[in-house]
Design a protein around this ligand. Structure first.
Ligand code: PEP
Length: 262
């Protein structure tokens, strides 16, 4: 499978934003962008309270739903947590695992990422597993080492079949919510490295099929040049996903690059 057989994949992480009415309006606007949207995988990732409202707004469209996190147990006395089966029941097909805000603010480790990824797969969800270095690691020349450790520990014990359902999001922490984006060349270097690592562990076919997203201050103006890079298959978008027009423009720009090189 060559690079251009992987069609664009764009996910919008709304984080802790939007009340029900706002979430319903934004998701409806995205879903109604046009039938061309179905050429891409588009995932909306609202807060837990808005999952039902968004599921209703996108029903019948090609847009998919995702959760922002999950706990690894299926049910029980875990106040405040939400499980994979609950997300599945709410209509989710995807779930974020190990977002840098979870790692930095809520103590997530590569070990919890591993358990959550396993739980997501068991619930029939596709995990979007986030990896990325902090600025000090980049400045010290330790980016690849950090990514390797996150992949090795976070994905330890998974089969090739599991890997085929896992999406990787490379998000340099210094680029998230800062307005500072990795250059296409900087991002491509890491994406190509991640794909190589997947090939080494799971074989060429699995590596070639793997969806590897870039995240970090993606906006309409930088999505086209980023998507032109051969190992960048789409985006995990934070801030810019809160605006329907801008978010749809990001998808449109990725699709433009995809169509040119298909
Ligand atoms: C994110 O939250 O995953 C993200 C990349 O945020 P932003 O696009 O705002 O940098």
């Amino acid at each position: 499978m060559d690079r251009r057989s992987r069609s664009p994949f764009v996910a919008g992480n709304w984080k802790m934003n939007l009340v029900l009415r706002e979430a319903a309006v934004l998701s409806r606007r995205v879903a109604e962008a046009g039938p061309w949207l179905a050429e891409c995988t588009v995932v909306l990732i609202p807060s837990y309270t808005a999952l039902g409202a968004v599921a209703g707004s996108i029903a019948g469209s090609s847009v998919a739903l995702g959760g922002q996190d999950l706990y690894w147990e299926k049910q029980g006395a875990f106040t405040g947590e939400i499980s994979g089966p609950m997300l599945k029941d709410a209509g989710c097909a995807y779930v974020l695992v190990g977002h840098s805000e979870r790692r930095q603010l809520f103590g997530e480790t590569d070990e919890t990422v591993n358990r959550k990824t396993r739980a997501a797969l068991e619930a029939g969800l596709s995990p979007i597993v986030c990896v990325g270095e902090v600025l000090a690691e980049r400045d010290a020349g330790r980016t690849l080492e950090r990514i390797d450790a996150q992949l090795a520990q976070g994905l330890n014990g998974f089969s090739g079949e599991d890997m085929a359902r896992i999406v990787i999001a490379y998000e340099p922490v210094w680029a998230i919510g800062t307005g500072r984006t990795a250059t296409p060349a900087q991002a491509e270097e890491i994406h190509a490295h991640i794909r190589r690592r997947i090939e080494e562990s799971y074989g060429n076919e699995t590596g070639a099929c793997a969806i590897i997203l870039y995240g970090g201050s993606v906006k309409p103006a930088n999505s086209y040049p980023l998507f032109k890079e051969k190992d960048i298959d789409g985006f995990l978008v934070g801030g810019a996903s809160l605006d329907a027009v801008g978010f749809v423009d990001i998808v449109r720009e990725a699709l433009r690059a995809y169509r040119e090189e298909k």
